[in-house]
Design a protein around this ligand. Structure first.
Ligand SMILES: O=C(O)C1=C[C@@H](OP(=O)(O)O)[C@@H](O)[C@H](O)C1
Ligand SMILES: C=C(OP(=O)(O)O)C(=O)O
Length: 429
């Protein structure tokens, strides 16, 4: 149990948030199935991305990691070898689903397991379309949950209409489609993050995007490249909200990824009246990035739903905290995907923020928050429930509380932001 900093009078300084988690996973995966040496810099050394490296090493790919510098020796998709050991995906949904997409065309057997949280997350959303393409998959509950086993096959293209806006579903199918006969397409209800599409192009592959439909033609060869991973906007989000709600604050966040499929948090902060400035935007062709300054702000409630949801899905826990400090009502809807993340994030956000006195209620597909509420604590014990984003949200919430707050299971934060507490404390001292 960790005591959290409370009653913080200001947050001031500059932070370089770590590399983007989604992009780091994909850089290793595409590097592993490309031909040649891929160099990755500013790679996220969070536990999820280390799980991805570990899985590919077990398939014979040589990967050297020196802090945030990673070198992947790719030998093409045919260079992957049948793993002698079980592939452990840890806590990472992205590793599990994208890896299944790659394994779908590999002519060997592999077993996937993960932690307790992964064992509860639905996998039929990828195993169903991958089976339609020709992969042989089995597992608990007919392949809906880990442990899973897969034997890749000779794949046929599909035209798939995904019931959910999910980049993990889209990416798994596209990665399989790269090695299928014919042209594979995925159509989503709303556009999800497009890092796979951008990165396949960076590796010399072809991807066609037509509105919410993305297509790839099979038998593509990818060529190794160099990748700089921008800072993770999902990690920056904790400090964007902290800067807006803690009094007398000004925080500068450097080199933050600004891919438009990820910037819903900035739209919401602007909608709510936050004092936020974006500068030095660059690299718009591949993965845009820039610097963001946020200052303490007078905020008002807002409505969040529809196509905005996939653009900020991982930021909803911290947006809920933001809403507790805004005048009026904030309604978050169309977000039932939150129920199948590392925890049921509707339940964990509502129960944990209530412990600190927030006026928040769960709905079927989101939450309703009334503000502005002072956060109170008196030796209060809050719990990450093993979910990194819940842990970080609670550490920021504690900054506003007057009494003592203790966090259970703080170690979960290392999944996506190992330096989180060091960065937070550097803004206080
Ligand atoms: O593709 C990715 O890198 C991710 C996609 C999202 O999940 P879904 O595809 O399940 O929405 C997101 O929540 C996750 O943190 C990372
Ligand atoms: C949902 C998340 O990740 P994943 O699905 O990769 O476990 C997350 O990082 O919030």
């Amino acid at each position: 149990m960790q005591p959290l900093r409370t009653n913080v009078s200001s947050l001031n300084g500059t932070i370089h948030v770590p590399g983007d988690k989604s992009i780091s996973h994909r850089a290793v995966m595409l590097g592993a199935i490309a031909n040649g040496t891929t160099k990755i810099s500013n790679f996220l050394t969070g536990e999820d991305c280390l799980s991805t490296i570990d899985c590919f090493r077990k398939m014979g790919v040589s990967i050297t990691q020196n802090g945030s510098e990673v070198v992947v020796e790719g030998k093409g998709i045919n260079g992957l070898q049948e793993p002698k050991e079980i592939l452990n995906v840890g806590n990472s949904g992205t590793t599990t689903r994208l890896l299944l997409g790659i394994l779908a065309s590999c002519p060997f057997h592999a077993c996937l397991i993960g932690d307790e949280s992964i064992a509860k997350r639905p996998m039929a959303r990828v195993t169903k379309p991958l089976r339609m393409m020709g992969a042989h998959i089995d597992g608990r509950d007919h392949g809906n949950y880990t442990p899973l086993s897969i034997r890749g096959g000779s794949l046929e293209a599909i035209q798939y209409e995904s019931p959910v806006a999910s980049a993990q579903v889209k990416s798994a199918i596209l990665l399989a489609g790269l090695h299928a006969r014919g042209t594979t397409s995925v159509t989503e209800p709303h556009q999800s993050r497009d890092h796979t599409e951008r990165m396949v192009r960076l590796f010399g592959g072809e991807v066609v995007v037509d509105g919410v439909t993305v297509s790839v033609t099979g038998s593509q060869q990818l060529t190794a490249t160099s990748i700089y991973v921008p800072g993770d906007i999902s990690s920056a989000a904790f400090f964007l909200v902290a800067g807006a709600i803690v009094p007398n604050s000004e925080i500068v966040l450097k080199n933050v990824g600004l891919n438009p499929t990820r910037t819903g948090i900035i739209d919401v902060l602007q909608q709510m009246g936050a004092d936020i400035v974006i500068e030095n935007v660059r690299n718009e062709e591949t993965e845009p990035l820039g610097d963001i300054t946020i200052r303490t702000s007078e905020l008002k409630g807002t409505e969040i739903g529809g196509a905005l949801i996939p653009r900020l899905i991982d930021e909803i826990p911290i947006i809920a905290l933001l809403a507790t400090q805004a005048e009026g009502t904030t309604v978050i809807k169309d977000a039932s995907e939150l129920k199948v993340k590392e925890t049921n994030r509707i339940d964990t956000v509502v129960s944990e923020l209530r412990k600190l006195g927030a006026d928040i209620e769960a709905t079927e597909d989101g939450m309703i928050i009334h503000g502005k509420t002072p956060l109170k604590a008196n030796g209060t014990i809050v719990d990450s429930h093993g979910d990194h984003r819940i842990g970080m949200m609670l550490a920021i919430a504690a900054c506003l509380a007057k009494g003592e707050v203790f966090l259970q299971r703080p170690e979960a934060i290392a999944v996506s932001y190992p330096m989180f507490f060091a960065h937070l404390h550097s803004l206080i001292e």
